[in-house]
Design a binder for this molecule. Sequence first.
Ligand code: SAH
Length: 347
Amino acid sequence: MDGGKRLFFDYPLPKLEKAVVEEGEKPYRARQLFEWVYKKRVYDPEMMTDVSKSYRERLGAAFSFALPEVAARQEASDGTVKFLLKMEDGSLVETVLMRYDYGNVACVSSEVGCSMGCAFCASGLLKRTRVLTSGEMVGECLVVDDMLKESGERLSHVVVMGTGEPFDNYDNVMDFIRTINDDRGLGIGARHITVSTCGILDKIRRYGKEGLQINLAISLHASNEKTRRELMPIARGYSMDELMDACRDYVSSSGRRLTFEYILIDGVNDSDENAYELASLLKGIFCYVNLIPLNPVKEKPFRRSKNARRFMGILNARGINCTVRKEFGTDIDAACGQLRAKYQKDK
Ligand code: SAH
C-alpha cells in the first residue's frame, strides 16, 4: 500500500467504526464516510465537505481510496465487458460484467492467479502469487458499478467465480461480502451473491453457518471419484463421499439450495452413464445442477460436449433440477484467466 496507507475498502462498516473510534472520532463518522464513498462515489477525502478539515487531512494521510486501474477492457457483442484490473502493487486480475435478463452480474476474482491446478482451467496457467484483500474485491465491484452508473444502471448480482479459490481466502471473502451486502455499502442482496468453490470441506461447513442468505456453488465436474481426481487435484485430498457429506451439512445448516457446477467435456464426463451416476450421487440433496459448456482453452486438450441436451434430460427425468448455463462473451477471451494470460504474454 502506498506510503503504508490502509485501503479504505478493506473495512466493512463495523471494522471502520472501530478504526475511527481508535483515532478519537465518533463512530458516526464511519457511516458518514461510507455514505460518501459507497453512495456518492466520492473517492477524494478533500471533497467530503461535512467532515472537519483537520479530519479530512488525517483521513487522506491514513487511508487510500484508490480504485484498481483499468489496464485493458474488452467488450463483446452481447454486452459482456471484461476488465483487466491493476492493483496498487501491479498485480493483474480479471473481472467480468455479464448482462442477464434478471440483472447485471459481476464475476469477481478472489486471488492473483490460482494454485488449484484444475485440468481444464486457464486461471491455473498462472500460479497464485497472493490472495486479494477484501477491499481489492470491493474495488472490482466499484469499477463495474461506476461504469454501469454512467448509463443509469446498477450492479445487482455478484458471483465469486473469477480467478482464485475463494475458500483459500475465506476471511477476506467474507469481509468483502459484508461490505457489498451492507445497505450502507453497495447494497447487493445476499440472495444475489454466490461464492463458488472447488470443494474445501471445512470452509463449506463454515460458510453454511454464517447466517447469511448467500449462495454456494460447488465445482463438481465429475460423477465419480476417478474422473474428479483426473480433472481436479483438490479431489486427491478429499474423497467424493466426504465432499457429499459436507454438502449435506451445508444444506442442513444454511437451509439454502446448493448449486453444483458441471462442465461437460467431450468423452471425459459427458456420457449417459455419467448422467445416471451423477443423478444417484446427488439424490436427496437439496440442489440444482448448472451444466456448463466448456470454454475451450488453447493450452488444454479438452473439447466441448455434444451431449448437453441429452445429459440434462436424463438428470431432469430423475428429479434433479438442471439447466445449461447461458454463455457470454464468446467473441472475447471471457474464459477465466485468458485475457490476463494474453496481456502478460504480449508484454
Ligand atoms: N475456484 C473456484 C472459483 C473459480 S472457477 C471454483 O473452482 O469454483 C469458477 C468456475 O469456472 C468453476 O466452476 C470452474 O470449474 C469453471 N471453469 C474453469 N475453467 C473453465 C473452462 N475452461 N470452461 C468452463 N468453465 C470453467
